[in-house]
Design a protein around this ligand. Structure first.
Ligand code: R5P
Length: 302
């Protein structure tokens, strides 16, 4: 097997390769002055199972194109199979038409992934499980929830003074799953309304009892506004310690600063997306998904 990486999250690719007991295969990514990329896999992948690690995190389009080119290079070089580990699947929130005249961007992405020789996709914590059905090639939908549950358990937080919280109704399935992993830890669900035109978020209320310690679980943090508003609501309802567990640290705009300045005690994210040093903040801790990818790959590539 060969593991190759684009430039989106080489740290994760190196960890995955290490877990598999191999080194990353070298890739040259040359960027022309106009921004175009020329990609070359620098060792033979002939008759090999190739694993490409490349989250479609910001810059989303650039990272997707690198992935398309890496897959094309692997295919043209005679790879036996090509699996794409796309820990964060960009455009996953644009999976249907919200308003007349819109594109279904995810559909375009899926069609392109399938046309460049990729045989299998591995992704983490998709926004909805229906996204799996968009693919006609095998897709493994993995989750960082077991990592978060293990971490919560190791802190002995399972008890009457702790509640899991979904910051919106769309996260009900997720919160039920992690609750089951934690011996049916109680959970609460916030009613969040987001204006589709302005992006303005309003927290309309909460169903379930808020206790001393609240553990917010979400799939991603982008602007950070969902988490900050949810934490405000939880504080107003009596929570004194608020921990956040979110798989994808997209951290756009001022997210790191507003999270650091918020009433949140600590923010745990996974490394599906590389968090650059400039976006790290004191309340942040990163937990790795690399062992889960390696395990999935070991039990059956394609
Ligand atoms: C929304 O449905 C998602 O689960 C996340 O809560 C949301 O995408 C987070 O976005 P932001 O950090 O911009 O509020």
């Amino acid at each position: 097997m060969k593991v190759i990486s684009g430039s989106a999250n080489k740290d994760l690719a190196e960890k995955v390769a290490k877990e598999l007991g191999i080194s990353l295969s070298p890739v040259e990514i040359f960027i022309f002055p106009d921004g175009e990329r020329r990609i070359q896999i620098k060792e033979s992948v002939l008759d090999q199972d190739v694993l490409i690690v490349q989250p479609a995190s910001p810059p989303v389009d650039t990272n997707y194109f690198e992935l398309f080119f890496l897959a094309d290079a692997a295919q043209r070089s005679g790879a036996r199979t090509i699996s794409a580990v796309i820990p964060y699947l960009g455009y996953q929130r644009q999976d249907h038409i919200f308003r007349d005249g819109e594109a279904v961007s995810l559909d375009v992405v899926v069609k392109t992934l399938q046309s460049v020789g990729i045989n299998k996709v591995i992704a983490f914590d998709l926004h909805t499980i229906k996204i799996v059905e968009e693919f006609s090639i095998p897709m493994s939908h993995l989750s960082a929830l077991p990592i978060f549950a293990e971490y919560i358990e190791s802190h002995n937080w399972a008890g009457l003074d702790t509640v899991l919280v979904s910051p919106d109704k769309g996260g009900i399935r997720r919160i039920k799953l992690i609750s089951q992993m934690l011996s049916d830890m109680p959970y609460a669900v916030i009613e969040k309304n987001r204006d589709v035109n302005t992006g303005h978020i309003e927290m309309a209320g909460i169903t379930g009892e808020v206790t001393h310690r609240a553990l917010i679980v979400d799939d991603m943090i982008s602007s950070g506004k969902t988490i900050v508003k949810a934490a405000e609501l939880l504080s107003q309802n009596g929570a004194e310690e608020i921990y956040v567990f979110a798989t994808h640290a997209i951290f756009s705009d001022e997210a790191p600063q507003i999270l650091e300045d918020s009433s949140v005690t600590k923010v745990y994210v996974s490394d599906t997306v590389l968090v650059p040093e400039s976006k790290k903040f004191p309340k942040l801790e990163i937990l790795s998904i690399a062992p889960h990818i390696a395990k999935e790959v070991s039990i059956g590539v394609v």
